[in-house]
Design a protein around this ligand. Structure first.
Ligand code: AMP
Ligand code: ZN
Length: 114
């Protein structure tokens, strides 16, 4: 657990969240500011600032995040077209520096993203 990290606090149960799924290595909960009808964040239980750094330090946890993201998409019935977003760094609008994947679905998407 990293001191002052919001998502570590959610994992520890110190901050409440609308949890939708959980495994030994990852937790999924609804984003507090949803950008689509389904907007779930999937986070590893181990702290790492970004998903790509997590892949280097804890590859099993990175796979667990992606596996749980897929399970969430199945549960939410959005497998015909959903977007996984991973903002890496402040310049890409990352605001919480605990690795996470946004699972977005339930509406049409455009490309390129903004
Ligand atoms: P990012 O900008 O990629 O770092 O994404 C961080 C996300 O966390 C944003 O979409 C926020 O809306 C979301 N968020 C911030 N605080 C909370 C919270 N307490 N519970 C759920 N989601 C949150
Ligand atoms: Zn953390």
């Amino acid at each position: 657990m990293a001191e002052g990290c919001l998502f570590c606090s959610i994992i520890a149960g110190d901050v409440s969240a609308d949890k939708v799924a959980e495994t030994d290595e990852a937790l999924a909960f609804r984003d507090i500011e949803p950008q689509a009808p389904t907007h779930v964040l999937v986070v590893p239980k181990v702290h790492s600032p970004t998903l790509t750094e997590l892949a280097e330090s804890h590859p099993d946890a990175a796979v667990a995040v992606l596996t749980l993201a897929r399970a969430v998409a199945v549960d939410e019935k959005i497998t015909d077209g959903y977007r996984l977003v991973c903002n890496n760094g402040a310049g890409a609008q990352q605001t919480v520096f605990h690795a996470h994947v946004h699972v977005l679905g339930g509406r049409p998407f455009t490309w390129p993203p903004g």
